[in-house]
Design a protein. Structure first.
Ligand SMILES: Cc1cc2nc3c(=O)[nH]c(=O)nc-3n(C[C@H](O)[C@H](O)[C@H](O)COP(=O)(O)O)c2cc1C
Length: 299
């Protein structure tokens, strides 16, 4: 079995595969299906300062090879998470990455400051197309302000999860300059669907986030470009559903991968992706994942 361990600036993970924020809840249901200690890390659904009920139904809409979602950051809020959910997650031994979203840089700092010790990393969600009134993508200056606030409040490993739209290179560079230890690329693309009979948009919020296999080639190009431009690690997220998908991103230079929508059509997707990475590497005689990272760039 190849050595799949991966080193970040302030964190080392046993393997590079983790669920994407919001597609794995807090792990409870998946923990009944497989051993969560197999995960490189567990990324929580995004937490906000106060509880959020999320958007009205419908919230999910299937598209060819993809999924539109408009969940609207439904979550129990920071206080309930820290008191009732986090202790169990930390006790499970799996590295816990807390995803957070703040309406303002100050709010990002407030949430980051209130996280107790033991959290492996923070993931700052810098794009949420599904929050009412927030259909635009953050500018690089807004990215820098939020990442800077998180950096001031949280001394540990901190990741910036950017939008795939707008000037993603400028956003990645802004996150790096503001102190992010890694960039996660990326969140969903803004899309929409129309109810032809009802003659109205399917989603109350009009736009929704597109994810799944449909976006993989788009995100692969983004990750490839970010890996060429940034000095910090890039974590790939977009349409990954197999070990070969994950390896495409790693060959492009990604340090790690996150599996999102695939969890909905295969609840065992994360451990399967991990197993398949090992199988492909073994078949190629590769003993250390590090050997192949970014190798398409070196040709
Ligand atoms: C139902 C659903 C809920 C999501 N919730 C969040 C969230 O809470 N925070 C976040 O940063 N991203 C969220 N995302 C985006 C995913 O984490 C991921 O960035 C995106 O879906 C692309 O990866 P995928 O194609 O593998 O799903 C959500 C995606 C889906 C489909």
């Amino acid at each position: 079995m190849a050595d799949l361990s991966v080193a970040f600036r302030k964190l080392r993970l046993a393997n590079p595969v983790m669920p994407a924020a919001g597609t794995f809840g807090f792990g409870a249901e998946y923990g009944e299906l497989f051993d969560l200690s197999l995960l490189g890390a567990l990324v929580t659904k995004t937490l906000t300062l106060r509880p959020r009920p999320g958007n009205p139904q419908p919230r999910l809409w299937e598209t060819p090879c993809g999924l539109l979602n408009s969940i609207g950051l439904e979550n129990p809020g920071l206080e309930a998470f820290v008191a009732e959910i986090l202790p169990g997650l930390l006790a499970s031994g799996v590295p816990v990455v807390v995803s957070l979203y703040g309406e303002t840089p100050d709010e990002v700092g407030t949430i980051a400051r209130r996280l107790p010790p033991g959290v492996a990393a923070l993931e700052v969600n810098l794009s949420c197309p599904n929050v009412p009134g927030k259909l635009s993508v953050l500018s690089p200056a807004e990215v820098a302000a939020r990442v800077g606030a998180a950096r001031e409040a949280f001394p540990g490993e901190m990741w910036a999860k950017i939008a795939p739209e707008g000037d993603f290179l400028a956003s990645g560079l802004a996150a790096q300059a503001a102190g992010a230890d890694a960039v996660v690329a990326a969140n969903t693309f803004r899309g929409m669907a129309i109810d032809v009979e009802g003659r109205r948009p399917v989603f109350a919020n009009v736009a929704a986030g597109l994810s799944g296999p449909a976006i993989k080639p788009l995100v692969l190009r983004i990750v490839y470009e970010l890996c060429g431009a940034l000095a910090i690690p890039v974590i790939a997220c977009g349409g990954i559903a197999s070990g070969r998908d994950a390896l495409e991103f790693i060959l492009a230079g990604a340090h790690a991968v996150q599996v999102g929508t695939a969890n909905f059509f295969d609840p065992l997707a994360v451990p399967r992706v991990l197993r398949e990475i090992g199988e492909v590497l073994s078949s190629q005689g590769v003993e250390v994942l590090e050997e192949v990272r970014g190798c398409v760039r070196k040709r």
